[in-house]
Design a protein around this ligand. Sequence first.
Ligand code: GDP
Length: 454
Amino acid sequence: DEDLEVLDAASEDPDAIYYLPALPVLAIVGRPNVGKSALVNRIIGRREAVVEDTPGVTRDRVNYKAEWTNRHFTIVDTGGWEPDAKGIDASVAAQAEIAIDLADAVLFVVDATVGPTSTDEHVVRMLRATKKPVILVANKVDDIHQESDAAALWSLGLGQPWPASAVHGRGVADLLDHVLTVLPEISTVAKEEVGGPRRVAILGRPNVGKSSLLNKTAGEERVVVNELAGTTRDPVDEQIELGGKFWRFVDTAGIRRRVALAQGADFYATLRTSAALEKAEVAVVIFDVSQALSVQDLKIVDLVLESGRALVLAFNKWDLLDDERRDLLEREIDKDLSHVAWAPRVNISAKTGRHMEKLVPALELALESWDTRVPTGKFNALLAELTQEHPHPLRGGKQPRILFGTQASSRPPTFVLFTTGFLDPQYRRFITRRLREIFGFEGTPIQVNMRVRE
Ligand code: GDP
């Protein structure tokens, strides 16, 4: 298909940059209870986004496929975290910030029956500072008599308010027609580069040293902009020269411009981490060695594993380590990170610069493993050897056999075994382990799948 054509073209000309097209992304932003979920439901034509009025509730899904008059796009519901009254400003600010970075256009939903609140005005200041198109939805305009409520929202300075009733459907068709006129055909944010600089995501919970590492690698101390209002925030990624070549660090905007959030921080962090992983080929997960490994750290590692991206572990703030903490740390790593023991590990200090030069070789190693293709002949010779040395145990008098194997894809390496019966999980782990012993695969997850042929 189209993607493959692009990949073919890219492989013929290694210096050129190609893009895999992605659907345009529309983000929905607004205060709690203005009707964001109802609007998402209405647009996707399903009851999928649960309408929740309870503060503090996190909706699981954030991405939805949508279609209108035969054009397809992705909706990101950034309002998945519904804060209580205290957290509203920070939460909506976080939504807006993420929407501006990760979407092609922003749908800003206001409750026309309430009119603009101070929170709305705060968000408007952020939205006006972006070059991305912003569409103002005056929701809860259920009948013609309420149209004047919508007109009052001209005062927000975001152009024409689009009156709509998410619950009754009124105005939504016109709104969507308009949305399609501002959304690009192909996303400018979600598109995937092929053949350009390799794409790295710097991940980690707050304060582990992500922006310090970024500043150190960029070779200069830059000012981290904490302030939200009034900044033009269009570049989302940064290109940095390291070890003689360029690397694209994805979603550095998310690292450099972060909102201080008391509540819901996990939700926004996950939203960002997932988006960064989508675009990245390799992830560097940063840990703060002065603190115990946390559930949040492990969750980030899990997100990387789920994404199938290459992985490097960076243990930062090594300058703060004393002998006692160091022993503890090694034990924590043995206990909680044994499932990613294959990932290259660098012990660094973004502050002193310790071992920073080890980052690039670790990235290169992980990417090389991620790209690996094992020829089918070699793989089958290996399988023959393995099964001879260690046959599958008999089960009910029968022995499942591996007939043939092949590497179905790389990035990450994914193998398929054609067998005469189900292989025990233990046996599959044995094969995976041996594959790692033989090929290394340092820094990449690998997958071994089965197809049972009766
Ligand atoms: P981020 O939230 O992950 O981007 O973390 P920052 O880069 O803002 O760092 C959080 C704090 O840790 C700041 O006060 C940094 O100066 C400090 N920090 C970052 N890296 C190191 C390090 O290697 N050693 C020490 N001692 N402090 C560090």
